[in-house]
Design a protein around this ligand. Structure first.
Ligand code: AMP
Length: 647
């Protein structure tokens, strides 16, 4: 595997990115950096956010810009102010040891005079949103006729937001012999047209499959009656509550507020973002979400624009987006920086056709799951709670004589009764809520596909095997499945697994159970003897097939209710740029949210119409900088690595 030095990155930059935790280049960096540095070719990159594309263009730009030449040499254009701030911050970090390079960010919603004076002081690199850039060009406050490198970042998003003419206008003002780098999460015709017109035989890079969305995202859906959507949402959340950190997308402001109110009333750690909230209120909500004080954020597409939070475990589509491309953008908020994520759609029967359209146009493959039964949710909670207790370290200092005396009534109880009392207390809410709770899955009008049955138990029928290793041994779902597959010489597809703190389950077809048990039982893992035996339970309840996540997102270890994350986004939330739809006002539906018009001054001088669409201009950026690609908590060796050592 190549390192950054092999790609031609110079020492001063190498030192800077090393401090940021960049150890090995991401695939897009590996492909783009040498081309950028060593050839004069344009670059056309099909890549989602979270793939490391900022450094893919940022590192070469920092290296190629000449500090002694005090004209604007590089121009990075991006759709939102959050992204703009993030990119300029990233470029600043890469060039930390080259202080003579000036980077100026220009975006709407901030003092234009200040930006003008920053530019006057000398800028080598401008990072800009299109509207503000046009404004500055019109005021003759900046001259882009000297630029050598132009980057169009999240180009599809810029076009979605109605910036096509602006982008073309800006490109026309740059010199003919410049190099152009265009990055886009999707490749609709409009982007191809721009590439054909403004790029010269570009070197094409695709990370993941064309239009396939992020490969780290599992796309799931469940079909319920419209009236059961809220109940199904709660079940999904309850089932995943040990590690959920989710954004739930709704279509209207009213729906967003309504679902948020209901969740809060029902005891969930939730809040919402939509256009009826003041900027101050939105910032407060975002801060709380970023710091995990809120675990579930309800949002409209517009309000979610620019959300920059790392470690999102689930994106939930309570309603499908109006615009199919928005599905990719919504989903792109999870599965970032090498982590895995789930994009889950709650569908009512009428929406089947739209899901098929998304599948076809976005080229994602949806996996049907069943909304877990009440019993499954309860069992999962039980296992998680037991995990937490087993993994809790005793705080000796709490138990002084006085406390021990107070505890006497408890200590005299038989241990079994004590455990039952604690569990009853913990699970009371679920017992009450889920008593006689109905099955929420619909059966009629369902999509069917090979291997996909609308019946409980999913694809795997047969035996459930107990295995005496789990997260404590460094396993997550993926690595455990790898290990079981390798040891038992079975295919991944034949295994369904569920990994808990100190033990795990493997579900296999009846005839394969013996093979797995023979391979694992008596084996050792990291020097620890492994026990594997039939569990006596029926297969099912696995995270994989039950509203669960297709893998451990980010290799967190340990179980329990609360996830132990330490990341926090770093950029602040704010309204993005005002957007315009080239196709007029598409918002007919009642309180469909419109884009905030925070950048009037930016573009009013061009006398353009202002129809806005509800499209998400997302400046999703990962705030956790000090992590290596394929993030995991430091010190926590991935099971894969351990396994390799053992091999
Ligand atoms: P981007 O796609 O540019 O938004 O990057 C997504 C996240 O990955 C950001 O937090 C980056 O700091 C991080 N990142 C980018 N490249 C690397 C790398 N080579 N190693 C580790 N982290 C990276």
């Amino acid at each position: 595997m190549k390192n950054f030095s092999d790609l031609g990155v110079e020492t001063s930059i190498l030192n800077a990115i090393q401090e940021m935790g960049f150890e090995t280049p991401t695939p897009i960096q590996e492909q783009s950096i040498p081309v950028f540095l060593e050839t004069g070719q344009d670059i056309l990159g099909l890549a989602q956010t979270g793939t490391g594309k900022t450094a893919a263009f940022g590192l070469p730009i920092i290296q190629l810009v000449e500090p002694s030449n005090r004209t604007i040499q590089a121009l990075v254009i991006c759709p939102t102010r959050e992204l703009c701030m993030q990119i300029s911050k990233d470029l600043g970090n890469y060039s930390k040891n080259k202080s003579s390079i000036n980077i100026v960010a220009v975006y709407g919603g901030s003092s234009i005079e200040r930006q003008i004076s920053d530019i006057k002081r000398g800028a080598h690199i401008i990072v800009a949103t299109p509207g503000r850039l046009m404004d500055l060009m019109n005021r003759r406050a900046l001259n882009i006729s000297t630029v050598k490198y132009v980057v169009l970042d999240e180009a599809d998003e810029m076009l979605n937001m109605g910036f096509e003419e602006d982008v073309e206008y800006i490109l026309a003002e740059t010199p003919k012999e410049k190099r152009v780098c265009l990055f886009s999460a999707t490749m609709p015709k409009s982007i191809r047209n721009i590439a054909n017109r403004y790029m010269n035989d570009p070197f094409e890079i695709t990370v993941g499959k064309s239009n396939s969305g992020n490969v780290n995202i599992t796309h799931q859906y469940a079909v319920v009656h419209a009236r059961d959507k809220y109940a199904a949402l709660k079940r999904f959340v309850d089932f995943n509550s040990d590690d959920i950190y989710a954004i739930i997308f709704c279509t209207t402001k009213h729906e967003t507020q309504d679902i948020s109110d209901k969740l809060i009333k029902d005891g969930y750690n939730a809040d919402c973002l939509h256009g009826d909230l003041s900027q101050g209120q939105r910032e407060k909500v975002m801060n709380r979400f970023r710091h995990h004080a809120i675990k579930i954020l309800l949002a409209t597409d517009v309000a979610a624009r620019g959300i920059d939070v790392s470690g999102i475990s689930h994106v939930i589509h309570f309603s499908l987006p109006d615009d199919i491309e928005n599905y990719t953008h919504r989903s792109g908020r999870t599965g970032r920086a090498g982590k895995l994520g789930v994009s889950f759609t709650l569908l009512n029967m009428r929406e089947n056709g739209r899901l098929r359209d998304i599948e076809r146009l976005s080229n994602v493959k949806f996996e049907k799951i069943l909304i877990p039964s009440a019993e499954e949710v309860r069992d999962k909670k039980l296992v998680a709670f037991i995990d937490t207790i087993v993994n809790t370290e005793i705080e000796e200092s709490i138990f002084d004589d006085k406390v021990m005396t107070s505890l006497r009534p408890l200590l005299t109880l038989p241990s079994e009764e004590l455990v039952q009392k604690f569990l009853s207390l913990e699970l009371r809410r679920f017992s009450a809520e889920y008593l006689n709770a109905p099955d929420l899955n619909t059966t009629s009008g369902d999509r069917t596909r090979d291997g996909e049955r609308g019946e409980r138990g999913g694809n795997v029928r047969g035996q459930r095997i107990f295995v005496s290793v789990g997260k404590k041994d460094g396993f997550d779902i993926r690595s455990f499945k790898d290990w079981v597959a390798q040891e038992s010489k079975l295919d991944w597809k034949e295994l369904h697994v569920d990994v808990s703190g100190v033990f795990s389950f493997v579900d296999v077809k009846e005839e394969l159970a013996e093979k797995v048990i023979t391979a694992l039982n008596g084996n050792t893992y990291e020097g620890r003897p492994v026990r594997a035996e039939l569990s006596g339970e029926k297969p099912g309840g696995s995270r994989e097939g039950r509203g669960g996540r297709g893998g451990d997102r980010g290799g967190r270890s340990g179980g329990g209710y609360s996830s132990r994350r330490s990341e926090g986004g770093s950029s602040s939330y704010g309204g993005g740029e005002r957007r315009r739809s080239s196709g007029g006002d598409r918002e007919r539906g009642g309180d469909r949210e419109r884009a905030p018009r925070t950048e009037r001054s930016d573009r009013s001088s061009y006398g353009r119409s202002e129809g806005t669409t509800e499209r998400s201009g997302y400046g999703t950026r990962d705030g956790g900088r000090n992590r290596s690609y394929g993030d995991r908590p430091s010190g926590d060796k991935p099971a894969g690595e351990r396994r390799r050592r053992r091999d």
